[in-house]
Design a binder for this molecule. Sequence first.
Ligand SMILES: NC(=O)c1ccc[n+]([C@@H]2O[C@H](COP(=O)([O-])OP(=O)(O)OC[C@H]3O[C@@H](n4cnc5c(N)ncnc54)[C@H](O)[C@@H]3O)[C@@H](O)[C@H]2O)c1
Length: 365
Amino acid sequence: MLWSDPAATFGSPVRTCEVPNSTYSARSNWITHMSSTSPLRVAVTGAAGQIGYSLLFRIASGAMFGPTQPVILHLIEIPDEKALRALQGVCMELEDCAFPLLKGTVATSDLNAGFQGVNWALLVGAVPRKAGMERKDLLGINGKIFTSQGQAIAQHAASDVRTLVVGNPCNTNALIALSNAPGVPRDQFFAMTMLDENRAKTQLAKKASTDVTGVTNLAVWGNHSTTMFPDFFNAKINGRPVPDIIGHREWLEKDFLTTVQKRGAAIIEARGLSSAASAANAVVDTVRKLTTPTPTGDWFSVAVCSDGSYGIEKGLMFSYPVRSDGRKWEIVQDLPVNPFSQAKIAATEAELKEEKALVAELLPR
Ligand SMILES: NC(=O)c1ccc[n+]([C@@H]2O[C@H](COP(=O)([O-])OP(=O)(O)OC[C@H]3O[C@@H](n4cnc5c(N)ncnc54)[C@H](O)[C@@H]3O)[C@@H](O)[C@H]2O)c1
């Protein structure tokens, strides 16, 4: 098909992106004939938001799927004039980067068009918690968003679609999306805890005065919330158990855990805005780790639909130590869990059960 497309033959290949003002239908502008590899279609919701602004450029540059994989970005926003104007600006900047791998954009507020044929759905957009809002209120508002997104994914996405939920509360939002996406296998849904893993690795590396690449086997268990448990007992520094390298047990059990669990709040306090570039980086890391083989003996953190492993209630979206062969993933089994870890894991599971109960009416399957 190289150059057989009239647009490519008779005109210069054009990449444009329009966000309609009055109607919200999608416009796809696309060049698919310049590479022998078919482009992957990647949907990003909340595309005009903070995380979107970092994430889209990383995907388009090849950081997520590698330097030879073309992509078509589906940018999804709410049908709000300000958001769509901002999205238009993002599209203009994407054009201005002239990314060789970016083969098209679809910018829309229509979910059906937005998820049409996508291979990956990165669900970033969500309503932030506002002053005076109860957790139940937030779960209810965002629950409705993830209900309709799950339905649209089931109806319109490619059969191999994999969905990663980032918008908070991401574990339970992922559970809602999964539960409203009949026909899409449960093992194709994920919620992001990689930012917590990355934060934990850096704190351990700093404490041990070593390079962050020396920290491996760091699993975050449970919910992406202050109850998460970054498991320092099973983590390693340069191949040795963390407690052998960092002998200061009180620091590990208190300061370390609190620093990681409350890092998001510390960033808001310092920056006046929530973490965005590091969150986008964690989205890139999660997708890369799911789509490339995990180094022998290592694992990474992502929330998946529990199959009952480690005694966790089946069906909860629970962050586990996970390995991938580049296509399929599995929960790492039989890691030692001591009484300290068990108590932490039980607390984060209890929180997820509570969240699930609050959205029970949004979970049809
Ligand atoms: N899992 C994690 O580790 C992690 C880390 C950081 C942030 N987050 C969460 O990610 C989400 C996005 O953060 P942000 O900083 O980009 O927020 P932001 O407010 O800057 O942007 C959110 C964007 O989503 C859009 N949006 C809202 N509802 C939408 C919908 N139904 N469909 C499409 N778009 C919609 C908004 O218009 C906005 O542009 C938040 O929920 C945040 O709490 C998760």
